[in-house]
Design a binder for this molecule. Structure first.
Ligand SMILES: [Zn+2]
Length: 169
């Protein structure tokens, strides 16, 4: 079994990180603090909305996806290719497109949001927003960004921002 933080994929980089926070849930999950840069997460402030907190964007090629807490807006990130729900293969009876597929996809996202253990910041289990590279989260204070232009994005060094990463044990 690959131990969190010692896997070859991240090599010595993750050892540099140290284990600042690790929370275990019944031996099934690890929640740990990781640098945003390790997950392909790009933290940014939005011009004029700096006081509302960071927006977490994903690089187009990032394998990360997230669940955002409906209460405190913390985002818990996972590797979508390893997450048990998100990596699930589409059952044969589900069509590849159209309404049937959409229904399956929406149910899968709901199951994913419900699979995330309680929020490490507020203790609630009320994740209400799925985050990926086309569906970005609310700002840290809960503000929904309705308009995003490249000029309004003020990137923050992802080496300096810690985020929560959930890994199946
Ligand atoms: Zn929370």
């Amino acid at each position: 079994m690959e131990m969190a933080g010692t896997g070859s994929r991240h090599g010595s980089r993750s050892q540099m990180m140290g284990f600042l926070y690790i929370v275990k849930f019944g031996g099934q999950f690890f929640l740990k603090s990781r640098r945003a840069s390790e997950l392909g997460v790009m933290p940014a402030y939005i011009d004029g909305l700096e006081r509302k907190g960071l927006l977490y964007l994903l690089w187009a090629d990032s394998l990360s996806a997230g669940a955002q807490c409906g209460f405190c807006n913390t985002v818990i990130w996972v590797d979508a290719s390893e997450d048990l729900v998100l990596s699930e293969k589409k059952p044969d009876h589900v069509p590849s497109s159209g309404g049937g597929y959409k229904q399956y996809y929406n149910q899968k996202i709901t199951r994913f949001l419900e699979s995330v253990p309680p929020c490490p910041c507020c203790g609630r289990q009320e994740f209400d927003r799925f985050v990926n590279n086309v569906n970005f989260p609310r700002l840290e204070d809960g503000t929904v960004v309705t308009k995003l232009t490249p000029e309004s994005i003020k990137n923050v060094d992802p080496e300096k921002v810690d985020v929560w990463f959930l890994k199946n044990a």
